[in-house]
Design a protein. Structure first.
Length: 141
């Protein structure tokens, strides 16, 4: 696969699965043995179901979720996105009931592509910033 094809696969995931909520597409986009490395534990979760659960959770909390790709870097079998996320807190998030507040957060995601599908994903999300905006944790200064 070319670097451009790898970037297209990640963009397809962001558009179809995350933005549109077409969770079934994850089965076409991710390998059967996909490994997801979520924060904060970093304990891997396996299979497309792992990403389906993550996206379903975030879309329940923020149904109007939008991501802007600020940077996209790709080399060999890896694609990296630096993103800005935005959404309105309309469902439970990290145990916090809906507040109706609009929040903005940053994300860094690294994807490894194998055989034309996403085989691995590492994620770093500014959950602290989200919780501060929602009022669950006081902001510093």
């Amino acid at each position: 696969m070319s670097v451009e094809e790898n970037k297209a696969i990640v963009r397809r995931f962001m558009e179809e699965v995350v933005r549109k909520g077409n969770l079934v597409s994850a089965n076409e986009i991710f390998t059967a043995d996909f490994v997801y490395h979520p924060p904060p534990s970093g304990l891997p979760m396996r299979g497309p179901e792992a990403i389906i659960q993550r996206v379903a959770t975030i879309r329940t909390a923020f149904p109007d979720i939008q991501y802007t790709v600020e940077d996209e870097i790709a080399e060999n079998d890896k694609v990296v996105h630096r993103l800005t996320g935005r959404g309105t807190h309309q469902g439970e998030f990290l145990g916090m009931p809906p507040t109706g507040k609009q929040v903005t957060w940053t994300v860094t995601a690294i994807y490894r592509i194998a055989g034309g599908k996403i085989a691995e994903r590492w994620l770093n999300v500014d959950d602290l910033g989200i919780m501060q905006q929602l009022g669950a944790i006081p902001s510093l200064g």
